[in-house]
Design a protein around this ligand. Structure first.
Ligand SMILES: CC(C)(COP(=O)(O)OP(=O)(O)OC[C@H]1O[C@@H](n2cnc3c(N)ncnc32)[C@H](O)[C@@H]1OP(=O)(O)O)[C@@H](O)C(=O)NCCC(=O)NCCS
Length: 227
């Protein structure tokens, strides 16, 4: 699964991504709404987890690569944008839920890149994976991330505010907000303003169903490969 937008390629993780991903995760500005920066080992372990989830589920958090960083420059690592099955339950939210997320190196902020990449991911989630909805979560004070959610047309559901189970009680970032986007009901509603070009691993355009043949059953707590 590879998604292309006007400026980004979103693709599965490669060995050359470990170093720039660790540099991004060591930046206190990038981690200012997280409890701590990540060590190299912690950052590497995240990529390994993304890779194994991708192999299991057929979708995942992807590396974002800036296609044309400038004249004569190589494509640049521009962060992480993608989908994952939520690794914990949120009270009141039907399980399994699929969340969309993003994190970019500081030099790429405020250029519309998170919104551009996330738009392609949402289009893929609805039109190819046929998910009924996606959610996004962040700590209450993370205005940039909440603005991305709002620009994507997601709806804030205050009744589902929750305490993040992996952040210690009393920590200022523990309280989280949840936004939801429902899949459009008609094909006319599915016209996205920046439709992504979706390619499979061999570079061919993807068919309408998910190329990995993954079946997602929103009302069952399982995710299985279609036979
Ligand atoms: C959140 C993040 C991915 C946003 O990426 P981005 O590419 O800068 O976002 P966009 O350029 O698409 O902008 C989307 C909206 O957010 C706003 N925004 C971006 N950075 C902002 C900031 N520092 N303060 C306030 N608003 C901000 C933009 O102005 C835009 O809103 P607008 O349409 O009202 O102008 C980026 O700030 C980031 O990586 N932050 C650190 C990691 C993080 O917190 N990830 C999210 C964890 S849940």
């Amino acid at each position: 699964m590879i998604l292309r937008t006007p400026r980004l390629t979103l693709r599965p993780w490669q060995p050359e991504d470990f170093e720039p991903y660790a540099l991004m995760n060591a930046d206190p500005a990038v981690r200012r709404f997280f409890p701590a920066v990540l060590t190299r080992e912690e950052s590497d372990a995240e990529i390994v987890t993304f890779q194994s989830r991708f192999a299991r589920e057929g979708f995942g958090m992807l590396a974002a690569i800036l296609s044309r960083p400038g004249p004569d420059q190589a494509p640049a690592f521009a962060g992480i944008i993608g989908l994952q099955t939520m690794p914990y339950a949120v009270p009141g939210l039907p399980q399994p839920a699929v969340e969309i997320g993003w994190r970019l190196p500081q030099k790429f902020w405020r250029q519309g890149l998170a919104t551009e990449g996330a738009t392609a991911v949402i289009e893929y989630a609805f039109n190819h994976l046929h998910f009924p909805s996606v959610v996004a979560v962040t700590t209450v004070s993370n205005t940039p991330s909440r603005r991305v959610m709002e620009r994507l047309g997601m709806t804030y559901l205050p009744a589902l505010d929750f305490d993040h189970p992996r952040i210690a009680p009393g920590h200022p970032f523990r309280r989280h907000v949840l936004y939801q986007l429902l899949a459009p009901k008609t094909s006319a509603d599915r016209c996205f303003s920046h439709p992504a070009l979706i390619l499979t691993e061999n570079g061919k355009p993807a068919t309408a169903s998910h190329p990995a043949g993954v079946g997602f059953h929103p009302h069952h707590a399982t995710m299985s490969k279609a036979s």
